[in-house]
Structure formats: C-alpha cells, structure tokens
Design a protein around this ligand. Structure first.
Ligand SMILES: Cc1cc2nc3c(=O)[nH]c(=O)nc-3n(C[C@H](O)[C@H](O)[C@H](O)COP(=O)(O)O)c2cc1C
Length: 162
C-alpha cells in the first residue's frame, strides 16, 4: 500500500506538517511519498491520499485546490484525508473552516478534514503579506501542534491497517 501525502505551502510551514505526517505513516510500515501539490498531476498508483494546504485569506492555495478539483474522480475512489493549516495565535484564530473546505470534502469524498495551527514568521513574508498581517494584528510565532499532527497521522495509519 502506497500513500500520497501532498500539500500546498507558501512559506514552508505546511510542507513541514506534510513531512511529519509522512514520517508517522512510514514509521508504521506504510510506503509514503510526500510531494508538493504543485508537483502532483495524478493520484493513480496511490492507495490513499492525504492532501493539505496552507490557508490564505480564507482559501486553500491554488495547487492544492487544483489537485483536488482535477483528480476529484480518482480521489473519490480512494480513502482521502484533508487538512488545512493556518490559524495562528493561542488560541489559534480564525476558528472557522476555510471557505473551500465543504466543497473539497464533497468533491473528494474525504473521510475527514482537520485544521492545524500554523506558523507566522514575518521575515518570510512579502510586502503585501506584511501589510495584511499588520492590519489584522496577527501574532507572530510557530503555533504548530506537532503532537496533534502526529496523533492524526497515527489514526490514519490505524484506519488503513485495520
Ligand atoms: C497574508 C496572510 C493571510 C493569511 N490568511 C489566513 C486565513 O485567512 N486563515 C488562516 O487560518 N490563516 C491565514 N494565514 C496564516 C497562514 O495560513 C499560516 O501562517 C500558515 O502556517 C502558512 O503556511 P505556509 O508557511 O505553508 O505557507 C495568513 C497568513 C498570511 C501571511
């Protein structure tokens, strides 16, 4: 059984979450490819897919949306888990789901969608992004909850192996 873990990430934080999910699945004896969403055109050949995206202005990034949309039929034939990463702060905000998620769940037949807190590092942001962050008074920091990510990945492994 080979699992695809794919994510769209602008500044690397979500890519590292995908890597962490991949590590847990591998540790559980599953064969895993972790690939950026922009490098994936087909999910054929994979037995299950974990697809995620960073959230910007309430939306998934285009490469992840494109993959979910273009491969909807193939995804609906496999077990699929979705995750979003974006909320920042303690407690993480915003606490509503990204705008696209309901349609993404329906289109892919995903078993679950999970939101994980993200990271905001002002040094990595472009000028326009810095302006948005300033206007929203978004807190800087790394709010990723690795225990929550790893526990979710372990649940996925359990499901696939039972
Ligand atoms: C300009 C900007 C807009 C953002 N908008 C949202 C948002 O609408 N919802 C959210 O949950 N997170 C939002 N975030 C937080 C990012 O999703 C978070 O920093 C994430 O961890 C970035 O992931 P990446 O490093 O993989 O790109 C925003 C961040 C920036 C810089």
């Amino acid at each position: 059984m080979t699992i695809l873990v794919s994510a769209a990430s602008k500044h690397g934080a979500t890519a590292e979450i995908a890597e962490a999910i991949g590590r847990v699945l591998r540790d559980r004896g599953l064969a895993v490819d972790v690939r950026p969403a922009e490098n994936v055109t087909m999910v054929e050949g994979y037995d299950a897919v974990v697809l995620g995206s960073a959230v910007y202005a309430g939306h998934w990034l285009e490469p992840a949306r494109r993959l979910a949309h273009n491969e909807a039929t193939a995804l609906a034939m496999r077990p699929v888990w979705l995750f979003s990463s974006g909320p920042i702060g303690d407690p993480p905000k915003p606490d509503e789901d990204p705008v696209d998620v309901a349609a993404l769940i329906e289109g892919t037949g995903a078993r679950e969608h999970r939101v994980f807190a993200g990271r905001l590092d002002k040094h990595l942001l472009g000028f326009a992004e810095k302006a948005v962050v300033l206007a929203l008074r978004a807190p800087e920091g790394d709010f990723r909850d690795w225990a929550a990510v790893e526990a979710w990945a372990a649940d996925i492994a359990d499901t696939l192996q039972n």
